[in-house]
Design a protein around this ligand. Structure first.
Ligand SMILES: Nc1ncnc2c1ncn2[C@@H]1O[C@H](COP(=O)(O)OP(=O)(O)OP(=O)(O)O)[C@@H](O)[C@H]1O
Ligand SMILES: [Mg+2]
Length: 385
């Protein structure tokens, strides 16, 4: 935490109240519901990742929080206070835009000091705060440089320092790393989290990139067509997606469409055109209902010969969760290999990820090889919508 943080906007009504409350917010542009009856609560100090495909309403939600747009309906509360009537500059919120929008004619120091000078803070305070931020983002040697004389990662850090200069209580980052190449992005992700945590500011970060959201955020919200479909920790979202969209959007997944055949409290059986599925937990459903079986590629096993009974999770699963096909494609990534297996007599392709944990594998699989693919009933997620 920075030591002399500005006082809170107003005391929270009671301590347990979440820091930010978005209550049934709607934003309509003509016929488009950019944000559609969205509710979300965020705790103080949290780094929340907002994830979704292009046009789903991520930037609009941030703009509503920052006060650049007014909601069609709904309420936004910060520290218990309704901020709906406050102009953007009256909100203790800062938004860092998709492009950093640094002033090209100002050097690093002046870019960071810009907002503080406009507030007419005493000169000594401005110097102290800019120096502190330069330390935080490690840009001391570059103060005299103009933005075009900096690398992408350094520009990103100037923009971050500028966003933090007025000590916002809520920091909104819209695709903060989009301008960086893949390698720099990875490094900067961790630096950014470090800085945000040091300052202790609550943060909402928008990204297209699910890996980035999972690396940086404590919780993630997956958005589609103006709605938040699921909110949870990265591992919850990945291992227990609540619908087909989330399962498919986060990571890679094999989806099989079928019907519920046997419904027991401790297991269910589902038939799809590809195979019979044994799921080692109960579900809420009715016999004959349509559902999807979702299996992550890294949970699947692949081998030229069928699995021996003792290789299965339990004997009840023998003959279930087992398909046969031919390898159509191989993507070798060094640490892992993805096999695309076309199932016999079907257009279905199953993706299997194999971890290359030995330099010389006992069996080398190659294009055109017939293979068996199988998985455990405990690794299956059943989706009903
Ligand atoms: N000022 C506006 N007037 C009319 N429609 C708008 C306006 N701003 C956004 N929209 C529409 O609202 C929807 C959501 O846009 P938004 O910019 O929030 O998407 P996004 O999730 O940030 O997308 P991206 O990932 O591409 O940045 C889109 O259909 C967009 O065309
Ligand atoms: Mg956007």
């Amino acid at each position: 935490m920075l030591t002399d943080a500005s006082p809170p906007l107003s005391p929270a009504p009671h301590r347990a109240a979440p820091f930010l409350q978005i209550k049934r917010v709607v934003k309509q542009f003509d016929e488009v519901y950019a944000v559609d009856d969205l509710s979300l609560e965020i705790a103080q100090g949290e780094i929340f990742g907002l994830l979704g495909s292009s046009g789903c309403g991520k930037s609009t939600l941030l703009r509503l929080l920052a006060g650049f747009e007014l909601p069609t309906s709904g309420k936004i509360l910060l520290a218990g206070q309704d901020i709906g009537a406050l102009a953007p500059y009256e909100r203790p919120i800062n938004m860092m835009f998709q492009s950093y929008a640094l002033f090209p004619h100002l050097n690093v120091w002046d870019n960071i000091a810009f907002g503080l000078r406009r507030e007419r803070l005493p000169k000594a305070d401005i110097v102290a705060r800019v120096e502190q931020l330069l330390e935080l983002v490690q840009l001391k040697p570059y103060v005299k440089r103009k933005p075009h004389q900096l690398s992408g990662g350094q520009q990103q850090r100037v923009a971050l320092a500028r966003s933090l200069a007025k000590r916002p209580q809520l920091l909104l980052l819209d695709e903060p790393l989009a301008a960086l190449d893949a390698k720099l992005r990875k490094k900067t992700q961790l630096e950014l989290v470090d800085i945000i945590e040091q300052v202790g500011v609550t943060c909402i970060m928008v990204t297209h990139d699910q890996e980035e959201a999972m690396t940086m955020a404590t919780r993630i919200g997956v958005m589609n067509e103006g709605k938040l479909l699921q909110i949870g920790r990265p591992s919850d979202i990945y291992e227990t997606p609540n619908c087909r969209f989330v399962a498919d959007f986060i990571g890679s997944v094999n989806l099989f469409e079928g019907t519920l055949e046997v419904d027991q409290p401790d297991h269910v059986l589902i038939t799809t055109p590809e195979c019979r599925h044994y799921v080692s937990h109960g579900i809420t459903g009715t016999l004959g209902m349509a559902l999807s079986v979702a299996v992550r590629p890294e949970k699947m096993m692949i081998q030229p010969q069928p699995p021996r009974d003792e290789e299965r999770e339990s004997l009840e699963q023998v003959g279930f969760n087992l398909v046969h096909g031919v390898i159509k494609d191989i993507a070798y990534l060094g640490n892992l290999t993805t096999y695309h297996v076309q199932l016999d007599g079907s257009i279905t392709i199953v993706r299997v990820i194999h971890l290359n944990d030995a330099r010389y594998e006992a069996t080398q699989l190659t294009w055109g090889d017939p293979v068996y693919v199988w998985w455990d009933g405990s690794d299956v997620v059943v989706l009903t919508h």
